[in-house]
Design a protein. Sequence first.
Length: 441
Amino acid sequence: MNRVTPAAACLAHSTDPETKLLCGFSAVRTAHPTGSGTQLLSACVLLHLAFPINTKTTPPRRVHRPTTSTITTPPRRVCRAHRPTISTIAPPPSRVRRAHRPTTSTITTPPHRTHHEHRPTHQSGFTLIELLVAVTLAALLIIGLGDMVGLAVETQEVVGEKNDLTRQAAFAMDQMVHAARFSRQLMLPLPDKIDSTTLLENIREQTEPPSAPPAGSSLGTAVLAVTLPAYFDLDGNGIPDADNDGDGSFDEDLPADISFDNAPGIVLIDDDGDGTVDKFQACCSQDDDEGFGIINEDPINGVDDDGDGISDDDPGADNNADGCAGVCGVDDDADGTLDEGAVADDDEDGASDEDWYDALVFYLDNGTLMQRTPVPWDESGGGLVNGLDYIVEPLADNVSRFRVERLPPKGMLLDLTLELTSPLSGESVSLHNRVRVGGAL
């Protein structure tokens, strides 16, 4: 019967690799008490290979912190089985194993980045085709915007031009209508005369560029002339400029040349619309209606003395042709004396021919509507104040049509048409008005 030794029992019941190694060494020593040191060492090595002691310590799990990192160093490996002598084969008393605390070291690292540090970078860009397409689209867009902006600017310019034309036309029309309403006498156009010509003297029309003249005329001209309204006081002396002698009355002592300008009709104006200005001037400055050089043939008496269909259009110095100062048998100036003074003294004030018709004239000159206003000073430098003293100022530019018609039967109603056309855009503005001469008096 085989006897179980204590060393064998220890080896059978031990689970710890290190205890098994000691028990095995004790069993070898018991079995071969006389073995040499070399043999015992060889047996120890074989036992160690059979029961290896795991001396590795699993390092703690690495925890990532924002600013520190911990590195655990494994403990040094110690093999106690290779001691040269062991005094007993019994299991050693329980020992207090010295704990090998892992050594740690702290390394400060920069704050953790939110993006990966080793993330590969990819450079983006455009290909040549993409650039060409983008440039083409941009060019098309710019061209379209340019056309839109150009159209808007052009529209704004057209609207601005039309507004300017409207403003000028309204101003010019207002000047003519206002003057006619406050005037005492319509001078031009003349009433249509009864004669052998086909010319309609009561209608004056002019266009720019010039159109064909009316029948019986060599040049179509338009003109409006009225006696100066009483509201004109250009010298600011408190006396209306139309009251030439300052006696409070108007046009009461006309000279044989009723406009006192040394010209037939109104100086530098085609009175009858036949295309001729101041005809018969060399002989007949007193021909107030430009009627074939005949003077003083129609006195102011309410009768058509010359049979031309017009009354009182060409008086002489004795305005009513009665051969008396003023009106025969009448105390005109209320001084208690009848018909005192010269025959040409029509107001019996002791002076003759001192109060004439001051002609306010509107006419067209190369597309500009002009206003010619008499002044009460020697504007012409002739040494006296007369019908040659006036100033001229423009009322409207780009006038393409000016028409004045004297309407029957009494011939004090006017029909006015004024049209302005822009030379750039072709836009036009046309105004029409009808006014009665002296209607505001």
